[in-house]
Design a binder for this molecule. Structure first.
Ligand code: 4AD
Length: 439
């Protein structure tokens, strides 16, 4: 008999089916044994009656996470015993054949059949290959999958060419010290801190490019919004008039993604009590104005125009109260807080850049880049960098480049903020942080 996927079982009421999957939980009620069986498509309740001798004996030995095959008749459940929370909740399978395919070697340290695991983050991550089997946790990655897919879809539909760029590079891209140095045969190399240089090269070739790819940051912070390896959703576009064009593009991408998650992940959002922001124009505020607001409304002074996480949270609170918006763009950051490739404003005081903050956390950074060769060399020198070490990057501009700009959008932070997760690490399958290199 061919295997039926659990989600399809309700179509076979009155018929014998074969299903296979993991024992989510076994419950014994008097003489009846109930097994909730889980596969990739969902969970179904099965019942084993004592008159099916062999199946009944086999059922007695089953524990959570046993992998089994079952055969039985699909039956409608009477009204009062329907389970609204299960997508298969109005049927059950009366099983008469049970075959054990694989048994766990050890007793599970966590009961993953619970809706909420209520365990410490470190336990959640230490037993990752087990805890990821929990339905509520899997919901995070369905939302994550939709975020990645909808990003790719809207970028392609908007004429951006998808590219994949090298992650082993010979120079630190974003400056600073937060790069991982690796051994590359007989010399040193780095893990890419962003696809910045290659996506700019991409503009010279395709005009508009995007990449979904790994980004490595040797940041020593132990925070709820940093991991040392994340997936960036980057874009770069040519022939812009100014960096507002980049914000316009990012804004339409954001709304496309929000709509997609809302349409495709209803059940998953419900599990987290999560609300997708309603579409409305995202306020755009100069950083200097934001600092004034922080001072006036919240009595908060920010030194050196370095906006800290608390200020980001407060300015979002303000955007929500004043504009009803879950997002806010902060613009015109000072030069000292941006990399050397950033386009300065005409008066040289600020940069043509923005951050996008979502419910209190920065999810994207972007802006216009310097496209003139001489200006770029001068900027490198101003940052104390040696142009000779950036020959390949500078070549892009030697061949000529249009005005261009783009953004880097953190995929995990979007999911974290959409679902209201306490730590970004919950939105990463196998996260890497300062102390964690496994599992
Ligand atoms: O602000 P970042 O460092 O900007 C760049 O990489 C630029 N090249 C982008 C550009 O095109 N101008 O990173 C961009 C985004 C952040 O807003 C954040 O969402 C995410 O990447 N990000 C991280 N996510 C998780 N862990 C970390 N350590 C992150 N660092 C940045």
């Amino acid at each position: 008999m061919k295997r039926t996927r659990i989600i399809d079982a309700p179509k076979f009421v009155g018929k014998q089916v074969k299903i296979a999957g993991w024992v989510n939980i076994r419950r014994d009620h008097g003489k009846l044994i109930f097994i909730d069986l889980r596969d990739a498509t969902g969970i179904i309740q099965t019942v084993i009656l004592p008159n099916h001798d062999e199946a009944y004996e086999a059922a007695k030995g089953l524990r959570s996470e046993y992998i089994i095959e079952m055969e039985g008749i699909v039956k409608k459940r009477p009204g009062e015993s329907k389970n609204e929370k299960m997508s298969t909740g109005d049927v059950e399978i009366e099983a008469d054949v049970i075959k054990v395919i694989s048994k766990p070697e050890v007793e599970s340290p966590v009961d993953i059949s619970e809706e909420n695991l209520n365990i410490h983050l470190s336990t959640l991550l230490d037993y990752r290959s087990l805890t990821l089997r929990n339905e509520k946790i899997k919901a995070i990655f369905r939302v994550y999958g939709d975020v990645l897919k909808s990003f790719g879809d809207i970028m392609r539909d908007s004429g951006f060419q998808e590219i994949k760029t090298p992650k082993i590079v010979n120079a630190a891209t974003e400056g600073g010290a937060n790069f991982f140095k690796i051994k590359y045969f007989d010399r040193d190399a780095y893990l890419a801190q962003s696809p910045q240089f290659y996506k700019q090269a991409g503009v010279g070739i395709f005009e508009r490019v995007f990449e979904i790819g790994s980004v490595f940051r040797a940041e020593p912070h132990y925070t709820t919004r940093h991991v040392n390896e994340y997936i960036g959703m980057d874009a770069e576009m040519g022939f812009i008039d100014n960096f507002s064009d980049v914000m316009d593009a990012l804004e339409s991408v954001i709304w496309h993604m929000m709509k997609s998650v809302e349409n495709n992940c209803k059940q998953d959002l419900l599990r987290y009590g999560a609300e997708v922001p309603k579409k409305k124009a995202i306020p755009r505020i100069k950083l200097s104005e934001a600092l004034e607001i922080l001072k006036k409304e919240y009595g908060k002074e920010v030194e050196n125009e370095d906006i800290d996480p608390e200020s980001e949270r407060l300015i979002c609170q303000w955007a929500k109260e004043k504009h009803g918006s879950d997002f806010v763009f902060l613009t015109h950051y000072p030069g000292h807080s941006r990399p050397f490739y950033t386009m300065p404003s005409a008066d040289g005081k600020y940069t043509e850049t923005f951050d996008l903050i979502f419910r209190g956390i920065e999810i994207a950074t972007g802006g216009q880049r310097i496209h003139n060769y001489e200006q770029l060399v001068a900027s490198m020198k101003k940052f104390g960098l040696k142009p000779e070490t950036f020959k390949d990057y500078l070549d892009i501009f030697r061949w000529g480049m249009p005005p261009h700009g783009g953004w880097g959008l953190g995929s995990e932070r979007i999911v974290q903020q959409l679902l209201g997760l306490k730590s970004i690490k919950e939105a990463v399958l196998f996260p890497r942080d300062v102390k964690r290199l496994n599992p």
